[in-house]
Ligand binder design. Sequence first.
Ligand code: URP
Ligand code: ZN
Ligand code: ZN
Ligand code: ZN
Length: 516
Amino acid sequence: SDQFCDAGVGYGEPACGISSSSSPSKILIKGGTVVNAHKQEVADVYVEDGIIVAVGDHVTVLDATGKFVMPGGIDPHTHLSFEFMNTETVDDFFTGQAAALAGGTTMHIDFVIPVDGSLTAGFEAYEKKAKKSCMDYGFHMAVTKWDEVVSKEMEIMVKEKGINSFKFFLAYKGALMINDELLLEGFKKCKSLGALAMVHAENGDAVYEGQKRMIELGITGPEGHALSRPALLEGEATSRAIRLAGFVNTPLYVVHVMSIDAVEEIARARKAGQRVIGEPVAAGLALDDSGIWDPDFVTAAKQEPALLSFYFVLYVMSPPIRVSGHDKALQAALSTGVLQLVGTDHCSFNSTQKSLGIDDFRKIPNGVNGIEERMHLVWDIMVESGQISVTDYVRVTSTECAKIFNIYPRKGAILPGSDADIIILNPNATVEITAKSHHARSDTNVYEGRRGKGKVEVTIAGGRIVWENDELKVVPGSGKYVELPPFSYLYDGIDKAEAKYLSSLQAPVKRFKSTA
Ligand code: URP
Ligand code: ZN
Ligand code: ZN
Ligand code: ZN
């Protein structure tokens, strides 16, 4: 059987089980529980030419009795074909998306990285990379320098190229990092364009200092990574970005929230009425560093120190995977609405690439896998444990992303007129995650050996059945670029909020004048 096929794990080989035979353009899904973020009901779903035509009664094609029929996942945060830290991610727009489809994700939003600061050149490069796409995708764009050209390019990206979000890196000093002056310019420009500002929130200057300290202490191995960039540096940058976004009165999206420190800042701002979105990633919800310090593992690693280092490098991402406790707090924040949607930050390297930094943690390419695992992990960790409902599952894995990036209800819903991106999840089946059976390209998997309940048995993307009976049927070039329009719901009424804010600034002045 191909259930745990071992093809596709080698660098340069196609992902396993992929064939390009076409699927029927008319599909009927019968008897399942159709779950939208607003309600769930037993109903049939009829799909024709890539669009959901009706939710109601029809002839049987796929039997979903006892299963959940839900909108395909949308991963708001991925890096495919990303040139980063002197190497390039193993997954490209075909292999990464094929893996995503096998895991029930039918759309992702990737980060265009400028070329020498040029947004235009960056966009053109990513347009080329994405030609081989087998599922729908959109783009965010990073801003890594500031001048009149960049400012104008941001406008072109929003008005002509379908980009409605810009990411600012407060970390990666000497590479992608920007300073507060640029951050303010970027925030102002985002506000004027109706685009969403996003931040990677870690204090990059302090991280640099932390790295120096580690090297001075002789800690050069992978364990130095997390020690050099503690949660307080994530809290500081999250707080700073939120306060500066509030100062400009523009909505803010904090990517890969990894710590209690950052959650507290987001909670405080949201409570005060500020429009701040917080995105945990699968790794933050599912992992902590206890596996690394497991007594049996440490004993084994003492016999063979290289084993410890090898294990450590695989988990290196930024912000780092934290000590136990942060994971539970992130889950709680997701279940209570302090955090709104789950991404992955899928940025996958093979073990050879990760080992580039085995003797100097500063050289380990940062990033972990997740695009294929996210839907299963969130189901098992959040729904199976009783922390969220099935409708909330749909919201945090799909609907909220579609709303934030302004493509709802074309995406993120099962409604007449919506794109036919649909999954069928069997809550009684189990899934085991292994590098041997996954469809992504890396030879390792940070969730290796993890078992969970809930299995995506069928994925329909753009009206084609692309994943069924543990087999992928994907066609390079079949994925469409989805333009993301500006002025999402996060902008609704923001000027009224601004007027209130400005008058609150003036209140003390008036009081001062009247007493003078
Ligand atoms: O370690 C990470 N997160 N790699 C991807 C780049 C980023 O910061 O999102
Ligand atoms: Zn396979
Ligand atoms: Zn980042
Ligand atoms: Zn990222």
